[in-house]
Write a protein of this length. Structure first.
Length: 255
């Protein structure tokens, strides 16, 4: 009961509910972008969050980047562009509208990540389950409203129409992703989170090439042929993201 009461503490509830509403919009845009592009292309474009996060932190906190970090960020942007163009010409899976969705999702995600990390640590006296519960409460209702407003199939056929074992697997993985993200933000930092998401690009590509065809009956995935050029581009982006996270941070000059 004491833990349940903490979930309804009005002061952090207002803060986390505001962040959760924006997170829900980001999730909606993520689903829209994933419907028009492959997982690897989406993860590559998602790495633009490093650049967007750097700009947001500069604007909100006055935290700058070193010349090395800006150079690495530009390299990441070029590597992402090369990958998307190569993947588009070889697979024909990329649609321009997907880029718009990803850009909007990245902005919302970066803004929320900066705010969430700040307030998760600011309310450090609250246990993580109470903080996540406050986030997910407003997140749930905002997501349901967006679904009812923009998904005609849900309005006409009902929320549970089309659910099967694959949907359950995706939903469970989404829950695990959400909890693990906030545990990392509260206990560690966004640097390790970014490294993990960068490695996810390589994992997704290997999964698409080696495993997808064997689990297509269980999961809604389709395998791809190995392409050395695209694989090397994936490695360039992954290693460049890791280089950025390991680069020395900017320090304010002494007066």
């Amino acid at each position: 009961m004491p833990g349940l009461k903490q979930c309804w503490d009005p002061t952090p509830l207002k803060v986390f509910s505001s962040i959760a509403v924006v997170y829900a919009f980001g999730d909606f845009l993520e689903m829209q972008s994933m419907s028009v592009m492959g997982g690897a292309a989406y993860q590559i474009l998602l790495q633009s969050k490093l650049l967007v996060t750097a700009l947001i932190m500069w604007f909100l906190r006055g935290q700058r980047q070193t010349t090395l970090q800006w150079n690495v960020l530009v390299t990441i942007a070029l590597g992402m562009s090369a990958f998307v163009l190569a993947d588009d010409s070889s697979e024909g899976s990329f649609k321009p509208i997907g880029l718009l969705f990803v850009v909007a999702k990245v902005f919302f995600s970066c803004l929320c990540a900066v705010l969430a990390e700040k307030h998760l640590k600011a309310f450090s006296d609250m246990p993580i389950y109470a903080q996540v519960a406050q986030l997910k409460f407003a997140w749930l209702w905002t997501s349901l409203v967006l679904t009812l407003l923009f998904d005609r199939n849900v309005r006409e056929d009902g929320f549970w129409n089309g659910w099967d074992s694959r949907t359950v697997v995706v939903a469970c993985s989404w829950v695990f992703k959400g909890w693990s993200t906030f545990v990392v933000l509260k206990s560690l930092d966004s640097v390790l989170k970014n490294i993990g998401e960068a490695v996810a690009i390589l994992v997704i590509y290997v999964f698409d090439v080696l495993i997808a065809d064997y689990v297509s009956d269980i999961l809604p995935v389709h395998g791809k042929d190995f392409n050395l050029t695209i694989f090397l581009m994936v490695m360039v982006v992954v290693l460049t993201v890791v280089s950025y996270t390991l680069a020395p941070a900017w320090k304010k000059p002494a007066p």
